[in-house]
Design a protein around this ligand. Structure first.
Ligand SMILES: [Zn+2]
Length: 160
């Protein structure tokens, strides 16, 4: 095996530049094999790959949100995204960046807005009322107590 001279050069197929060998990353730590493309092109490819991956995750999330009818599942879906992106703020920033990057006239931005409106709609939909006809007398009394208590709380809050 021949050692590569310090003054060796290599042409990057992406940017077509003839560059010194140390402008090419090692394939992995401790390896003496270099990447085929230069550091700058490698970084650009990595950035584009990560952006495309984030965009795909967000588009899938928006599509799921638009279809989902169960408020609890919507909450879980949102919680997963917040965890994945490192919090609500970071997720919101990534979603906005995704909308901004959508080509004009594309479906992607519209889908995001539809998902947001769906989120508002779900947040404003009251929880389904229990079917009292299936209750025992005891359960019915408990439900009535809950309703009376809730009404009293609302009344007191209004009087304050
Ligand atoms: Zn290059």
């Amino acid at each position: 095996m021949t050692a590569i001279a310090d003054n060796a050069t290599k042409t990057c197929p992406d940017c077509r530049s003839l560059l010194p060998i140390d402008a090419f990353r090692f394939r992995r730590r401790g390896s003496d094999l270099r990447q085929g493309i230069c550091r700058a092109c490698y970084n650009t490819r990595t950035r584009l790959y990560r952006r495309a991956k984030r965009s795909k995750i967000i588009r899938r999330f928006a599509a799921q949100l638009r279809r989902e009818r169960d408020a609890k599942k919507v909450t879980a879906l949102c919680a997963r995204m917040f965890a994945r992106f490192g919090g609500l703020d970071k997720f919101a920033a990534a979603w906005k960046a995704n909308i901004d990057a959508a080509p004009p006239g594309s479906r992607s931005a519209l889908d995001s807005y539809l998902a947001l409106f769906r989120l508002v709609e779900i947040a404003n939909t009251p929880a389904p009322q229990p079917d009292c006809s299936l209750y025992t007398d005891e359960e019915l009394r408990e439900e009535m107590d809950r309703c009376v208590t809730a009404a009293a709380v609302r009344l007191l809050a209004g009087l304050r």
